[in-house]
Design a protein around this ligand. Structure first.
Ligand SMILES: Cc1cc2nc3c(=O)[nH]c(=O)nc-3n(C[C@H](O)[C@H](O)[C@H](O)COP(=O)(O)O)c2cc1C
Length: 228
C-alpha cells in the first residue's frame, strides 16, 4: 500500500515536471515563430514615390504629395518624391543592355537616374492610364536601368480620367515589373478614378487615401523584411 502510494506520488511528480517542460518548449517555439513573421527594420524603410507621367500637368505631383503626407506620419519609413520629368531622360539608345552592364554608368543623366533609384529600399509607382496602358515615358525610364530595381518591393497607385482608376495600366505594368525586373509586388493597389475631379481646391484628394496608404506601407515593410 505504502509502496503503491510512493509509486503514484513519484509518477505524479514526473508528470507535472514533464508538463511544465513541454509547456515551456511550446511557448518558446510559438514565440520564436511569431518573431520570425513580425517584420523587423534596423532603419526606416526608404521609399521613393515615382511619378510616371512626364506631361505638363500637376495631377501626378498632387497625388504624390497626398501619398507622401500620409506616409510621412509613419515613423518606420522615409519618403521622397521622384518625378521622371525632372531627369530629362533621353530614349534609351545605348547598345549595351542595362542588365548586363559591368562598368559604372558614365552618362551623367543616366547616372543621376540610376543613383536616385538605387538608393531606395522600396517604391510606390504612380501610373496614369494612357489608352488602357501605362505611359511610354515610364517604360523608357525603367528600361534605362535594371539591377537598381531588382528584388525590391513595389506598390502601385493608378489614376485615370475614366472610372477604372488606372487598373489596366497597373495590370500591364505589373507584368513588366514582376517578370522583367523581378521586383516584389504587394497585394494592395490604390486606384484614383476620374482624376480631373478627384481633388479639392487645395490639392488634397476628395477621397481620403490615408488608410490604403498605411496598408501599402505595412505590406512594403513586410515584403522588404522577407528579403533580408
Ligand atoms: C494619351 C492619353 C491617353 C489616355 N487614355 C486614357 C484611357 O485609356 N482611360 C482613361 O480612363 N483615361 C485616359 N486618359 C486620361 C488620363 O488617364 C488622365 O488625364 C490622367 O490624369 C493623366 O495623368 P497625367 O496628367 O499625370 O499624365 C488618357 C490621357 C492621355 C494623355
Amino acid at each position: 500500500m505504502q509502496f503503491n502510494t510512493f509509486i503514484a506520488g513519484n509518477f505524479m511528480n514526473y508528470l507535472s515536471k514533464f508538463t511544465v517542460i513541454w509547456s515551456a518548449f511550446i511557448i518558446f517555439h510559438l514565440t520564436a515563430c511569431a518573431q520570425k513573421t513580425q517584420p523587423t527594420l534596423t532603419a526606416p524603410l526608404k521609399i521613393k514615390i515615382i511619378i510616371g507621367s512626364v506631361r505638363d500637368t500637376d495631377t501626378g505631383k498632387k497625388i504624390a504629395t497626398n501619398i507622401k503626407n500620409s506616409a510621412d506620419k509613419n515613423q518606420s519609413v522615409t519618403t521622397e518624391i521622384v518625378h521622371i520629368k525632372d531627369f530629362n531622360l533621353p530614349l534609351y539608345v545605348d547598345p549595351i543592355d542595362p542588365g548586363s552592364k559591368k562598368t559604372e554608368i558614365t552618362d551623367p543623366i543616366l547616372k543621376k537616374w540610376s543613383d536616385t533609384i538605387k538608393s531606395a529600399d522600396a517604391y510606390i509607382i504612380l501610373v496614369p492610364e494612357y489608352n488602357s496602358g501605362y505611359p511610354g515615358s515610364l517604360k523608357n525610364a525603367l528600361d534605362s536601368i535594371y539591377t537598381e530595381l531588382h528584388n525590391k518591393p513595389v506598390a502601385f497607385v493608378g489614376y485615370s480620367g475614366g472610372p477604372s482608376g488606372g487598373a489596366s495600366a497597373i495590370a500591364q505594368l505589373k507584368q513588366v515589373i514582376t517578370k522583367g525586373f523581378r521586383m516584389i509586388t504587394i497585394t494592395t493597389d490604390i486606384n484614383i478614378p476620374h482624376s480631373w475631379k478627384a481633388f479639392n481646391e487645395d490639392g488634397t484628394l476628395i477621397t481620403d487615401i490615408s488608410q490604403p496608404v498605411n496598408t501599402v506601407i505595412d505590406q512594403l515593410i513586410a515584403a522588404y523584411s522577407n528579403t533580408q
